[in-house]
Design a protein around this ligand. Sequence first.
Ligand SMILES: O=c1[nH]c(=O)c2[nH]c(=O)[nH]c2[nH]1
Length: 305
Amino acid sequence: MSKHVLAQNQYGKAENRIVKVTRKGGDGSWHEIRDLNVSVALRGEFRDVHLTGDNANCLPTDTTKNTVYAFGKEHGIESPEAFGILLARHFVSSQAPIREAQIRIEEFAWERIPVPTRKEQHSFVRKGQEVRTAQITYSETTGLQVVSGLKELTVMNSTDSEFHGYIKDEYTTLQEAYDRILATKVTARWAHSALAADDAGHDWDRSYRKVRKHLLEAFAETYSYSLQQTLHQMAERVLDHCPRVNEVRLNLPNKHHFLVDLEPFGLGNDHEVYFAADRMYGLIEGTVHRDGVQPVIATSDWITA
Ligand SMILES: O=c1[nH]c(=O)c2[nH]c(=O)[nH]c2[nH]1
Protein backbone atom coordinates (compact mmCIF):
# COMPACT_ATOMS: atom_id res chain seq x y z
CA MET A 1 0.00 0.00 0.00
CA SER A 2 1.26 3.45 -0.89
CA LYS A 3 1.41 6.04 1.91
CA HIS A 4 1.01 8.86 -0.58
CA VAL A 5 -1.10 9.73 -3.60
CA LEU A 6 0.06 8.96 -7.11
CA ALA A 7 -1.15 11.99 -9.08
CA GLN A 8 -0.76 12.96 -12.74
CA ASN A 9 1.51 10.58 -14.59
CA GLN A 10 2.34 9.91 -18.20
CA TYR A 11 5.03 8.12 -20.12
CA GLY A 12 6.23 7.48 -23.64
CA LYS A 13 9.27 7.90 -25.88
CA ALA A 14 10.34 11.51 -26.28
CA GLU A 15 12.10 13.15 -29.23
CA ASN A 16 11.82 10.51 -31.91
CA ARG A 17 13.53 12.10 -34.88
CA ILE A 18 11.92 10.96 -38.11
CA VAL A 19 12.79 12.12 -41.62
CA LYS A 20 10.33 10.94 -44.26
CA VAL A 21 11.35 11.06 -47.90
CA THR A 22 8.44 10.90 -50.34
CA ARG A 23 9.43 10.09 -53.91
CA LYS A 24 7.28 11.72 -56.54
CA GLY A 25 7.28 12.19 -60.31
CA GLY A 26 6.91 9.24 -62.69
CA ASP A 27 10.33 7.80 -61.79
CA GLY A 28 10.37 8.92 -58.17
CA SER A 29 13.22 11.38 -58.69
CA TRP A 30 11.30 14.36 -57.24
CA HIS A 31 11.79 14.09 -53.48
CA GLU A 32 9.82 15.76 -50.71
CA ILE A 33 11.03 15.84 -47.11
CA ARG A 34 9.28 16.05 -43.76
CA ASP A 35 11.62 16.26 -40.78
CA LEU A 36 9.95 15.85 -37.40
CA ASN A 37 10.82 15.45 -33.75
CA VAL A 38 7.92 13.46 -32.24
CA SER A 39 7.30 12.95 -28.53
CA VAL A 40 4.69 10.51 -27.25
CA ALA A 41 3.01 10.69 -23.82
CA LEU A 42 0.45 8.11 -22.73
CA ARG A 43 -2.02 8.57 -19.85
CA GLY A 44 -4.37 6.02 -18.35
CA GLU A 45 -4.54 2.98 -16.06
CA PHE A 46 -0.95 2.85 -14.90
CA ARG A 47 -1.39 2.68 -11.13
CA ASP A 48 -0.14 -0.89 -10.80
CA VAL A 49 2.86 -0.20 -12.99
CA HIS A 50 3.94 2.48 -10.52
CA LEU A 51 2.73 0.92 -7.26
CA THR A 52 3.31 -2.83 -7.57
CA GLY A 53 5.67 -3.34 -10.50
CA ASP A 54 2.98 -5.16 -12.49
CA ASN A 55 3.61 -4.16 -16.11
CA ALA A 56 0.50 -5.79 -17.59
CA ASN A 57 -0.87 -2.38 -18.60
CA CYS A 58 2.42 -0.98 -19.84
CA LEU A 59 2.99 -0.57 -23.56
CA PRO A 60 6.78 -0.16 -23.73
CA THR A 61 8.13 3.26 -24.68
CA ASP A 62 10.21 1.34 -27.21
CA THR A 63 6.98 0.25 -28.91
CA THR A 64 5.74 3.83 -29.05
CA LYS A 65 9.00 4.74 -30.82
CA ASN A 66 8.57 1.90 -33.31
CA THR A 67 4.99 2.98 -33.97
CA VAL A 68 6.14 6.47 -34.94
CA TYR A 69 8.50 5.07 -37.60
CA ALA A 70 6.09 2.39 -38.84
CA PHE A 71 3.30 4.98 -39.19
CA GLY A 72 5.67 7.22 -41.13
CA LYS A 73 6.09 4.42 -43.65
CA GLU A 74 2.49 3.14 -43.67
CA HIS A 75 0.61 6.44 -43.66
CA GLY A 76 3.18 9.02 -44.73
CA ILE A 77 3.41 12.43 -43.08
CA GLU A 78 0.86 14.78 -44.58
CA SER A 79 1.41 17.41 -41.88
CA PRO A 80 2.56 17.39 -38.24
CA GLU A 81 -1.05 17.73 -37.09
CA ALA A 82 -2.41 14.93 -39.30
CA PHE A 83 0.44 12.61 -38.23
CA GLY A 84 -0.12 13.42 -34.56
CA ILE A 85 -3.85 12.78 -34.86
CA LEU A 86 -3.21 9.34 -36.40
CA LEU A 87 -0.78 8.38 -33.65
CA ALA A 88 -2.87 9.70 -30.76
CA ARG A 89 -6.01 7.94 -31.98
CA HIS A 90 -4.06 4.73 -32.55
CA PHE A 91 -2.65 4.47 -29.01
CA VAL A 92 -6.01 5.15 -27.36
CA SER A 93 -8.08 2.90 -29.62
CA SER A 94 -5.67 -0.05 -29.69
CA GLN A 95 -4.92 -0.57 -25.97
CA ALA A 96 -7.64 -0.50 -23.31
CA PRO A 97 -5.47 0.87 -20.44
CA ILE A 98 -4.45 3.87 -22.54
CA ARG A 99 -7.14 6.52 -22.05
CA GLU A 100 -5.39 9.55 -23.46
CA ALA A 101 -2.40 10.16 -25.70
CA GLN A 102 -0.54 13.39 -26.26
CA ILE A 103 1.76 13.78 -29.23
CA ARG A 104 4.10 16.76 -29.34
CA ILE A 105 5.80 17.51 -32.61
CA GLU A 106 8.45 19.94 -33.79
CA GLU A 107 8.94 20.29 -37.52
CA PHE A 108 12.17 21.49 -39.12
CA ALA A 109 11.56 22.92 -42.57
CA TRP A 110 13.75 22.24 -45.59
CA GLU A 111 13.77 24.26 -48.77
CA ARG A 112 14.63 22.80 -52.13
CA ILE A 113 17.99 23.73 -53.70
CA PRO A 114 16.91 23.89 -57.32
CA VAL A 115 19.42 22.27 -59.68
CA PRO A 116 18.38 23.44 -63.17
CA THR A 117 20.85 21.12 -64.89
CA ARG A 118 19.31 17.93 -63.58
CA LYS A 119 15.83 16.49 -63.48
CA GLU A 120 16.30 14.77 -60.14
CA GLN A 121 15.45 17.08 -57.24
CA HIS A 122 16.75 15.72 -53.96
CA SER A 123 18.87 18.54 -52.52
CA PHE A 124 17.67 20.72 -49.67
CA VAL A 125 18.85 23.54 -47.44
CA ARG A 126 17.51 23.79 -43.90
CA LYS A 127 15.24 26.81 -43.51
CA GLY A 128 16.76 29.01 -40.85
CA GLN A 129 13.59 30.65 -39.56
CA GLU A 130 11.00 29.21 -37.21
CA VAL A 131 10.37 25.71 -35.89
CA ARG A 132 6.78 24.60 -36.41
CA THR A 133 5.09 22.87 -33.47
CA ALA A 134 1.96 20.80 -32.93
CA GLN A 135 0.43 19.23 -29.85
CA ILE A 136 -2.30 16.68 -30.38
CA THR A 137 -4.22 15.22 -27.47
CA TYR A 138 -6.77 12.48 -27.96
CA SER A 139 -8.84 11.38 -25.00
CA GLU A 140 -11.43 8.63 -24.83
CA THR A 141 -13.75 10.95 -22.95
CA THR A 142 -13.07 14.44 -24.29
CA GLY A 143 -12.03 13.68 -27.88
CA LEU A 144 -9.46 15.47 -29.97
CA GLN A 145 -7.66 18.70 -29.21
CA VAL A 146 -5.16 20.21 -31.64
CA VAL A 147 -2.82 23.05 -30.73
CA SER A 148 -0.54 24.24 -33.53
CA GLY A 149 2.32 26.64 -33.12
CA LEU A 150 5.70 28.01 -33.98
CA LYS A 151 8.80 29.07 -32.07
CA GLU A 152 12.04 30.92 -32.70
CA LEU A 153 10.55 33.33 -35.23
CA THR A 154 12.62 36.47 -34.69
CA VAL A 155 11.15 39.75 -35.91
CA MET A 156 12.06 43.43 -35.67
CA ASN A 157 10.47 46.82 -36.31
CA SER A 158 13.23 49.43 -36.57
CA THR A 159 10.77 52.22 -35.70
CA ASP A 160 7.03 52.74 -34.95
CA SER A 161 7.53 51.68 -31.35
CA GLU A 162 7.27 53.85 -28.24
CA PHE A 163 7.14 53.10 -24.52
CA HIS A 164 6.20 55.80 -22.02
CA GLY A 165 3.58 56.76 -19.47
CA TYR A 166 4.44 53.79 -17.25
CA ILE A 167 4.59 53.70 -13.43
CA LYS A 168 7.63 55.42 -11.96
CA ASP A 169 8.59 54.48 -8.43
CA GLU A 170 11.82 54.99 -6.47
CA TYR A 171 13.53 52.18 -8.43
CA THR A 172 12.57 53.33 -11.93
CA THR A 173 15.46 54.51 -14.06
CA LEU A 174 14.12 53.63 -17.53
CA GLN A 175 14.01 56.61 -19.86
CA GLU A 176 10.80 57.09 -21.80
CA ALA A 177 11.14 56.07 -25.43
CA TYR A 178 9.39 57.85 -28.29
CA ASP A 179 11.18 55.97 -31.05
CA ARG A 180 12.74 52.60 -30.35
CA ILE A 181 13.48 49.26 -31.98
CA LEU A 182 10.92 46.59 -31.14
CA ALA A 183 12.28 43.08 -31.59
CA THR A 184 11.12 39.70 -30.31
CA LYS A 185 11.49 35.99 -30.85
CA VAL A 186 7.92 34.76 -31.21
CA THR A 187 6.64 31.60 -29.61
CA ALA A 188 3.01 31.22 -30.68
CA ARG A 189 0.48 28.50 -30.02
CA TRP A 190 -3.07 28.42 -31.28
CA ALA A 191 -5.90 26.02 -30.46
CA HIS A 192 -8.23 24.84 -33.19
CA SER A 193 -11.97 24.40 -32.73
CA ALA A 194 -13.33 20.85 -32.44
CA LEU A 195 -14.79 21.40 -35.90
CA ALA A 196 -11.32 21.79 -37.40
CA ALA A 197 -9.74 19.02 -35.32
CA ASP A 198 -12.41 16.50 -36.30
CA ASP A 199 -12.41 17.45 -39.99
CA ALA A 200 -10.47 14.72 -41.80
CA GLY A 201 -10.03 17.05 -44.79
CA HIS A 202 -8.62 20.00 -42.83
CA ASP A 203 -5.59 21.47 -44.62
CA TRP A 204 -3.18 21.92 -41.71
CA ASP A 205 -0.32 23.24 -43.83
CA ARG A 206 -2.51 25.94 -45.35
CA SER A 207 -3.88 26.87 -41.93
CA TYR A 208 -0.30 27.14 -40.61
CA ARG A 209 0.78 29.47 -43.40
CA LYS A 210 -2.28 31.65 -42.85
CA VAL A 211 -1.78 32.06 -39.10
CA ARG A 212 1.94 32.76 -39.58
CA LYS A 213 1.16 35.41 -42.20
CA HIS A 214 -1.35 37.18 -39.94
CA LEU A 215 1.02 37.10 -36.95
CA LEU A 216 3.77 38.71 -39.03
CA GLU A 217 1.49 41.26 -40.68
CA ALA A 218 0.04 42.32 -37.35
CA PHE A 219 3.53 42.67 -35.87
CA ALA A 220 4.63 44.80 -38.82
CA GLU A 221 1.50 46.95 -39.02
CA THR A 222 0.96 47.73 -35.35
CA TYR A 223 2.23 51.12 -34.23
CA SER A 224 3.26 49.94 -30.81
CA TYR A 225 3.05 51.63 -27.43
CA SER A 226 4.18 48.41 -25.68
CA LEU A 227 4.99 44.84 -26.59
CA GLN A 228 1.86 43.92 -24.62
CA GLN A 229 -0.24 45.93 -27.07
CA THR A 230 1.54 44.30 -30.03
CA LEU A 231 0.87 40.87 -28.51
CA HIS A 232 -2.82 41.62 -28.28
CA GLN A 233 -2.97 42.92 -31.85
CA MET A 234 -1.19 39.83 -33.18
CA ALA A 235 -3.56 37.44 -31.42
CA GLU A 236 -6.63 39.47 -32.40
CA ARG A 237 -5.59 39.45 -36.04
CA VAL A 238 -5.39 35.66 -36.06
CA LEU A 239 -8.78 35.25 -34.38
CA ASP A 240 -10.32 37.77 -36.81
CA HIS A 241 -9.06 35.99 -39.92
CA CYS A 242 -9.03 32.32 -38.91
CA PRO A 243 -12.54 31.29 -37.87
CA ARG A 244 -11.45 27.78 -36.89
CA VAL A 245 -8.88 29.05 -34.40
CA ASN A 246 -10.37 29.60 -30.93
CA GLU A 247 -7.41 30.70 -28.85
CA VAL A 248 -3.96 32.18 -29.35
CA ARG A 249 -1.15 32.26 -26.78
CA LEU A 250 1.98 34.28 -27.38
CA ASN A 251 5.28 34.36 -25.51
CA LEU A 252 7.25 37.40 -26.59
CA PRO A 253 10.68 38.14 -25.13
CA ASN A 254 11.48 41.83 -25.54
CA LYS A 255 14.85 41.75 -27.28
CA HIS A 256 16.08 45.08 -26.03
CA HIS A 257 18.08 47.39 -28.26
CA PHE A 258 19.76 50.27 -26.46
CA LEU A 259 20.97 53.42 -28.21
CA VAL A 260 24.75 53.68 -27.84
CA ASP A 261 26.10 56.92 -26.40
CA LEU A 262 28.52 58.17 -29.06
CA GLU A 263 29.04 61.60 -27.49
CA PRO A 264 32.48 60.66 -26.07
CA PHE A 265 33.58 60.39 -29.70
CA GLY A 266 31.97 63.70 -30.68
CA LEU A 267 29.29 61.84 -32.64
CA GLY A 268 25.52 62.17 -32.55
CA ASN A 269 23.21 59.13 -32.59
CA ASP A 270 19.80 59.85 -34.06
CA HIS A 271 18.39 56.32 -33.68
CA GLU A 272 21.07 54.74 -35.80
CA VAL A 273 23.49 52.75 -33.65
CA TYR A 274 22.11 50.31 -31.08
CA PHE A 275 23.54 47.76 -28.70
CA ALA A 276 21.57 44.49 -29.07
CA ALA A 277 21.38 42.97 -25.59
CA ASP A 278 20.71 39.24 -25.53
CA ARG A 279 19.83 39.18 -21.81
CA MET A 280 18.24 39.99 -19.51
CA TYR A 281 15.00 40.52 -21.36
CA GLY A 282 11.41 41.51 -20.65
CA LEU A 283 9.09 38.55 -21.18
CA ILE A 284 5.58 39.41 -22.30
CA GLU A 285 3.08 36.53 -22.37
CA GLY A 286 -0.65 36.28 -22.87
CA THR A 287 -3.63 34.35 -24.19
CA VAL A 288 -6.50 35.77 -26.24
CA HIS A 289 -9.52 33.56 -26.93
CA ARG A 290 -12.99 33.80 -28.33
CA ASP A 291 -15.66 34.82 -25.88
CA GLY A 292 -17.35 31.77 -24.36
CA VAL A 293 -14.52 29.37 -25.21
CA GLN A 294 -12.60 27.66 -22.40
CA PRO A 295 -8.86 28.24 -22.92
CA VAL A 296 -6.84 25.01 -23.22
CA ILE A 297 -3.26 26.09 -23.91
CA ALA A 298 -0.95 25.62 -20.92
CA THR A 299 0.18 28.90 -19.40
CA SER A 300 2.82 27.30 -17.20
CA ASP A 301 5.28 26.26 -19.91
CA TRP A 302 8.59 27.94 -19.29
CA ILE A 303 9.62 29.61 -22.51
CA THR A 304 12.86 31.57 -22.70
CA ALA A 305 14.43 33.82 -25.29
O1 LIG B 1 6.96 47.07 -24.34
C1 LIG B 1 7.39 47.11 -23.19
N1 LIG B 1 6.62 46.67 -22.16
C2 LIG B 1 7.05 46.70 -20.85
O2 LIG B 1 6.31 46.30 -19.91
C3 LIG B 1 8.34 47.20 -20.62
N2 LIG B 1 9.09 47.36 -19.47
C4 LIG B 1 10.28 47.88 -19.85
O3 LIG B 1 11.24 48.14 -19.06
N3 LIG B 1 10.32 48.07 -21.20
C5 LIG B 1 9.12 47.66 -21.70
N4 LIG B 1 8.63 47.60 -22.97
